[in-house]
Design a protein around this ligand. Structure first.
Ligand SMILES: [Zn+2]
Length: 136
């Protein structure tokens, strides 16, 4: 999982802790970082969900710790993949994503048969987070 930095070096994808407003620590955020010029950027597929989280926290949040990998399916995949192998293996992530997608689809089937609209909506949201990785 690499991307070319503007300085010409490769940026590696990893999970970082992001400090927001100096009070809120958000751990498990997928970030591309360059070892050469120390430039870093949030993985494009999670940007919109991260900015939504920050706007929910507001300008003066109380100190707390948030685990982004518990909120976002794709961050969760990366977290699982990185505990299994380093550096992050693209093939491993694809495999984990497929497994998790199948798991969520099974749950969606159950939610549908129970006519549980709220649960269905939550599961559909999680499925779209997994697909978000391709929208970069
Ligand atoms: Zn660079």
């Amino acid at each position: 999982m690499f991307k070319r930095c503007i300085c010409g070096e490769a940026m590696a994808l990893g999970l970082r802790q992001v400090l927001y407003s100096k009070t809120v620590g958000i751990s498990g955020v997928p970030v591309y970082a360059c070892g050469q010029c120390s430039r870093s950027e949030v993985y494009p597929g999670v940007k919109s969900d991260l900015s939504r989280l920050l706007s929910e926290l507001g300008p003066k949040p109380l100190p707390r710790e948030i685990r982004f990998d518990e909120l976002h399916e794709w961050a969760r995949m990366l977290s699982q993949a990185s505990s299994a192998s380093l550096p992050l293996s693209g093939a491993r992530i694809v495999q984990l994503t497929e497994e998790r997608t199948n798991e969520l689809l099974d749950l969606l089937l159950i939610a549908s048969s129970l006519d549980d609209t709220a649960w269905k909506r939550e599961l559909e949201g999680r499925l779209s987070q997994l697909n978000g990785q391709y929208i970069t």
